[in-house]
Design a protein around this ligand. Structure first.
Ligand SMILES: *[C@@H]1O[C@H](CO)[C@@H](O)[C@H](O)[C@H]1NC(C)=O
Ligand SMILES: *[C@@H]1O[C@H](CO)[C@@H](O)[C@H](O)[C@H]1NC(C)=O
Ligand SMILES: *[C@@H]1O[C@H](CO)[C@@H](O)[C@H](O)[C@H]1NC(C)=O
Ligand SMILES: *[C@@H]1O[C@H](CO)[C@@H](O)[C@H](O)[C@H]1NC(C)=O
Ligand SMILES: *[C@@H]1O[C@H](CO)[C@@H](O)[C@H](O)[C@H]1NC(C)=O
Ligand SMILES: *[C@@H]1O[C@H](CO)[C@@H](O)[C@H](O)[C@H]1NC(C)=O
Ligand SMILES: *[C@@H]1O[C@H](CO)[C@@H](O)[C@H](O)[C@H]1NC(C)=O
Ligand SMILES: *[C@@H]1O[C@H](CO)[C@@H](O)[C@H](O)[C@H]1NC(C)=O
Ligand SMILES: *[C@@H]1O[C@H](CO)[C@@H](O)[C@H](O)[C@H]1NC(C)=O
Ligand SMILES: *[C@@H]1O[C@H](CO)[C@@H](O)[C@H](O)[C@H]1NC(C)=O
Ligand SMILES: *[C@@H]1O[C@H](CO)[C@@H](O)[C@H](O)[C@H]1NC(C)=O
Length: 416
């Protein structure tokens, strides 16, 4: 069964032919020429087999038409004396004809081998009589993508400015798809873009764009990664945040106790990292992120500013906090008692001045009406009816202050 075309049903032939697109075989009727159209793809430098039939015909001729031209040139033919390769074949790669099916075999496929190959074959005395086959093979020579490299508008970027990155390929058959990978400072990799365009545009670069990047180019043949590039985004400083320890927060600012050590820490994100300068009442007192004041005094109350500077971008921002130094009044409360209302009543008088914030005072005695819970800062006066005050009664004034857990007292005795 040398001339195998005849016995094969139409769909069987379709199936067995090259897995490219196959059209034609318009008719198997005797006397009609059979047309076949096939697409073949080969990789440059590789091999490809162009086949149009499953058996060896009696006569055939392979022709080649270069893309964009109309003239067909003979590549090889067989007639009586066997296969004859034409001179043209030297430019189309290492070309040979297979002995079993007269397929065209091309080794070391060059790019110029791309084009239309035609195959005309004659089978004598088949089941349906003599058969002619006319076959068109469109050969595409694919180029693998070469290793891409990255072009970037600027490797030293400033937050808020635009930038672009390009994945550049020297070789590679279109269509090519491009993907971009970012590896941040923590080694976390994210796919940041995927497109058939080789350029990524970023309108406003931000700090999160800092990292290692590489692109991958993929086409039908292969995929290739570029080398990594490092992108550094300069930014900041952000608004400085000031932390005061130890502290308690009041409406007006931070309060600290006199003679304690106070630590002021400033934090403002920036690349390069912020340089910090401290100001007290607008005069510079310290450089560095942390400013320790050992044994803070009442005279150190006031406005503290932290200035954060980015020396490369020449940008800066400052923040200010108010620190209130709390301190005890001197000594203890002073108590006194004296007659008023023409010696009919007693005035109880207590004074403890000088602290910050003011101390709070209150009188205590079993004689005092508990409903009269007189309490006030700095000084306090309570009127006690003389008639209800036995001789030698003792009254105590208690002074307390936020700085000290101790209760400061003074006592006084009525001598009615
Ligand atoms: C061409 O291919 C044949 C086998 O297909 C091989 O024997 C021959 O060495 C090749 N020629 C060249 C120049 O590589
Ligand atoms: C691109 O193809 C040309 C021609 O084939 C070759 O000389 C060159 O080395 C290739 N470039 C790369 C990067 O592979
Ligand atoms: C890169 O960006 C920096 C900072 O914005 C700028 O000073 C420099 O001129 C830019 N370089 C180029 C080549 O655009
Ligand atoms: C990026 O910008 C360039 C020119 O500004 C433009 O040609 C290109 O289409 C843009 N690419 C994308 C993905 O938007
Ligand atoms: C950067 O990333 C962090 C964490 O994912 C996010 O909170 C922040 O808003 C991002 N900054 C910008 C400028 O996008
Ligand atoms: C390119 O991407 C498109 C859409 O994701 C996909 O359909 C196509 O197969 C891809 N092509 C290649 C060569 O990877
Ligand atoms: C400030 O005090 C803290 C706690 O005592 C200490 O750890 C830190 O090193 C000090 N910082 C400076 C700049 O002296
Ligand atoms: C802090 O910034 C204000 C304006 O926001 C400016 O008036 C002041 O001089 C700055 N202080 C310092 C110490 O730079
Ligand atoms: C004060 O009391 C005395 C004796 O109890 C009395 O003589 C005197 O008038 C009183 N003075 C006034 C101003 O009430
Ligand atoms: C006592 O406090 C009152 C206000 O509460 C003030 O008017 C008065 O002058 C104070 N007295 C002394 C002796 O400080
Ligand atoms: C007053 O009381 C104290 C102690 O409570 C006592 O020592 C003193 O003798 C008393 N004085 C008079 C005059 O009662």
């Amino acid at each position: 069964m040398k001339h195998g075309l005849d016995g094969l049903p139409y769909f069987y032939l379709l199936f067995l032919l090259h897995p490219g697109i196959l059209q034609g075989l318009d008719s198997m009727n005797s006397g009609e020429v059979v047309y076949i159209q096939v697409q073949a793809k080969g990789v440059v430098g590789g091999s490809v087999k162009l086949e149009c039939g499953l058996t060896l015909p009696d006569f055939y001729i392979w022709g080649y038409t270069a893309p964009g031209t109309e003239n067909m040139h003979a590549v090889a033919y067989s007639f009586l004396q066997g296969t004859k390769l034409q001179a043209l074949t030297k430019t189309l790669g290492n070309l040979s004809i297979t002995t079993d099916t007269a397929s065209l075999w091309i080794d070391q496929l060059p790019l110029v081998a791309q084009g239309l190959y035609t195959y005309q074959a004659f089978y004598k005395n088949t089941f349906q009589g003599d058969t002619f086959i006319y076959c068109y093979v469109q050969l595409f020579v694919l180029v693998p993508v070469s290793k891409p490299y990255i072009l970037v508008s600027n490797t030293s970027l400033v937050e808020g400015t635009p930038m672009w990155m390009r994945c550049v390929l020297e070789n590679g058959t279109e269509p090519v798809n491009y993907t971009w990978e970012q590896e941040d400072r923590d080694g976390f990799i994210t796919k940041v873009a995927e497109s058939n365009i080789n350029q990524v545009n970023i309108t406003f670069v931000n700090r999160n764009h800092t990292g290692r990047y590489r692109c991958q180019a993929t086409n039908e043949v292969n995929r290739q990664y570029s080398d990594h590039i490092w992108l550094e985004v300069l930014f900041g400083p952000d608004v400085p945040l000031i932390d005061v320890t130890p502290h308690s927060v009041t409406e007006q600012g931070y309060s600290v106790f006199e003679k304690t050590t106070v630590s002021l820490t400033c934090q403002a994100s920036s690349n390069p990292p912020s340089q910090y300068t401290w100001f007290y009442s607008n005069s510079q007192v310290h450089t560095g992120q942390q400013y320790n004041i050992t044994s803070i005094l009442r005279v150190n109350s006031g406005l503290y500013s932290c200035l954060a500077q980015n020396f490369i971008l020449k940008t800066y921002l400052n923040s200010t906090v108010t620190i209130f130094v709390y301190y005890l009044p001197d000594g203890s409360p002073t108590c006194n008692i004296f007659p008023i209302n023409n010696y009919t009543d007693l005035a109880l008088w207590c004074l403890w001045e000088g602290g910050y914030p003011p101390a709070s005072l209150h009188w205590s005695s079993h004689l005092l009406n508990p409903n009269v819970k007189a309490s006030s800062p700095t000084n306090i006066t309570v009127i006690q009816p003389g008639a209800r005050t036995p001789h030698n009664s003792t009254f105590t004034c208690h002074g307390s202050h936020v700085v000290s857990p101790t209760s400061y007292i003074c006592s006084t005795t009525a001598c009615t």
